[in-house]
Design a protein around this ligand. Structure first.
Ligand code: ZN
Ligand code: ZN
Ligand code: ZN
Length: 364
């Protein structure tokens, strides 16, 4: 039993190919391949590639030793395993026919693209991203359900962390504990957990290290894991002991900005207007220079994908789009505050995938 209708997805891909006059769509690593076929290739030096044509069945070219991992989807694709002594580029070039325009997945190793360009010298190679993005950016109900479940798992972990002890542990220890909690609460894999304490919190993608968390530290915890391949991504704030008045002020500004961002979401608005709604709250409070990243990113089979909630992106927000709203204020040498939830655009506004409390949790 498959959860998704790959047949329908390939049908949509082919009609987009027709519209854009594309003869062959070649997808390799990354999430386009599992989106279209249910199979995710390992990032190997051996080539895995699906050949999608408008006028021929889909063929998945895989290394022979990887073929046992492929779950066949009847009527969706055929498998062409290649042996170690064969030339996979030649096989793909032959299966592509005599294409004039080829779309290539943007997670394909450059070495394979260069070889394919050599084997198909009359073909124009263009990025598949506009096509695969157009399909993937609107989530189907079954995908939204997985995002909901991933969000609920993360919320359960957030509730646990509000009672957790932080002081005396290193960031790395807490990060491993959060990963373990995610797994215990329904996510597929260990996921990720950024733990940034004290001044480290001023670095948004801080790598958890050996700093020991102590009394008076603010701690940023940004974490998530996947359910059925679909991710969660949430950030909550913890504080060992009572926070200062300045910390509470900054936290309040970020919480208000996050709420303004969520409330700005509805069909037809631009991605950049959602960014602007959150950013205005922070700028008005005088912290504009300390909000040093975009307001959010799409989420689905990839942890970061379209739509990007950033100034300059006029992309229209539509029902079924899933993305984070995660403003922050980062004060170098002092602390950082970020609050992040995933939302899905509905016909009228935003459905929240995360509902755990946003106030700072005072911990031991
Ligand atoms: Zn605990
Ligand atoms: Zn995050
Ligand atoms: Zn995020």
């Amino acid at each position: 039993m498959t959860l998704f209708d790959y047949h329908a997805r390939l049908g949509r891909a082919r009609s987009e190919m027709e519209k854009r006059n594309v003869d062959a769509l070649l997808v390799s690593l990354g999430s386009d391949l599992p989106y279209l076929t249910g199979y995710r290739a390992m990032p190997l030096e051996r080539l895995t590639m699906a050949i999608v044509r408008r006028d021929a069945p889909v063929v998945l070219v895989v290394p022979e030793l990887e073929a046992p991992r492929v779950e066949p989807v009847p009527d969706v694709f055929e498998i062409r395993p290649w042996a170690e002594i064969e030339d996979p580029i030649g096989i793909v070039a032959a299966l592509a026919g005599r294409p004039r325009t080829v779309m290539i997945g943007d997670h394909t190793w450059a070495v394979f693209l260069l070889a394919l360009q050599g084997s198909l010298p009359t073909a124009d190679f263009i990025s598949a991203r506009p096509l695969t993005e157009a399909l993937r950016v609107i989530k189907e109900p079954a995908e939204i359900e997985l995002l909901r479940r991933a969000g609920a798992s993360a919320d359960t972990v957030a509730a646990h962390l509000a009672d957790h002890s932080f002081a005396g542990k290193t960031e790395l220890q807490v990060s491993r504990e959060v990963s373990g909690l995610l797994e215990e609460n329904g996510t597929d894999a260990a996921g990720f957990a950024i733990v940034a304490s004290g001044p480290n919190g001023a670095s948004p993608h801080h790598e958890p290290g050996h700093r020991v968390i102590g009394d008076g530290d603010a701690v940023v915890v940004d974490f998530g894991g996947t359910v059925g391949g679909y991710g969660s991504d949430t950030t909550r704030m913890f504080h060992v002991g009572e926070p200062s008045a300045k910390y509470l002020e900054v936290h309040g500004v970020v919480a208000a900005a996050q709420e303004a961002g969520v409330r700005a979401v509805r069909p037809g608005v631009s991605a950049e207007s959602v960014d602007a709604a959150a950013r205005a709250v922070i700028a008005d409070a005088g912290y504009g220079d300390f909000f040093i990243h975009r307001t959010g990113h799409g989420i689905g089979l990839d942890g970061h994908e379209d739509p990007y909630i950033v100034s300059g992106n006029e992309q229209e927000i539509l029902p079924g789009m899933a993305f984070s709203i995660e403003p922050g204020i980062y004060l170098p040498g002092e602390f950082g505050v970020r609050i992040e939830d995933i939302v899905v655009c509905t016909n009228t506004g935003a459905e929240r995938m995360n509902t755990s409390p946003k106030q700072v949790a005072i911990v031991r």
